[in-house]
Design a protein around this ligand. Structure first.
Ligand code: ATP
Ligand code: MG
Length: 179
């Protein structure tokens, strides 16, 4: 069963800047810059029919190109950090695109996402690192800010079945040309 998620790719120049943030937390696993992305909708391991339905529903999403800015770093998992990420500056078109991906997931027969949408680029994953080390890292690097970059397509990625993780494979790309 494929493990799928939809996402926005990170342009090479932005990925290069993010790559400069790698290192500095003992025990963290830093994401390969080729694998940086902004998840729109995590699907998980699904059968081929569901995968096909989601893929087709995404093709009906109409969205004009827009731009995004990465602003600030943060972490998930307060006392027990799980991930360090770069945040995405508030974007109305991005929220709208996420809603459309949620609708596509519903059309594919998937259960509704219950978590809030928190767009980000994961930079590192971690299990047993010191919360203090993450706090120190964020206090040194947290003022990260990029220029606006264009978003001209979104993609359906597959990751390693059941396990997750990269390298992610672009299964299908969807150019943004809608209204
Ligand atoms: P690993 O878990 O091995 O580090 P990964 O998290 O990159 O790998 P997946 O678990 O397949 O690989 O996840 C793909 C993308 O979807 C990642 O951006 C991940 O953060 C995100 N994701 C995973 N699970 C969820 C979830 N339950 N809700 C929202 N997003 C998720
Ligand atoms: Mg995962």
């Amino acid at each position: 069963m494929p493990r799928l998620f939809s996402a926005i790719e990170v342009p090479g120049d932005i990925a290069e800047r993010l790559a400069g943030l790698r290192g500095g937390i003992d025990g963290a696993r830093w994401v390969d810059p080729d694998n940086y992305h902004i998840t729109l909708r995590f699907i998980g391991d699904v059968d081929g029919t569901t995968a096909e339905r989601f893929s087709e529903a995404l093709a009906k999403v109409a969205c004009a190109p827009f731009s995004l800015t990465l602003d600030g770093l943060g972490s998930f998992g307060r006392g027990r950090p799980r991930a360090v990420w770069a945040g995405v500056a508030p974007s109305t078109p991005l929220v709208s695109l996420n809603r459309d991906h949620e609708k596509a997931a519903t059309r594919a027969g998937l259960a509704a996402e219950t978590r809030n949408f928190h767009p980000h680029v994961t930079l590192a994953r971690m299990k047993r690192v010191k919360a203090r080390d993450v706090a120190t890292y964020l206090s040194h690097n947290g003022a990260f800010l990029t220029g606006a970059f264009p978003v001209t397509r979104f993609v359906l990625y597959s990751s390693r079945a059941s396990k997750g993780g990269g390298p992610y494979v672009v299964e299908r790309a969807y150019p943004l040309d809608g209204a």
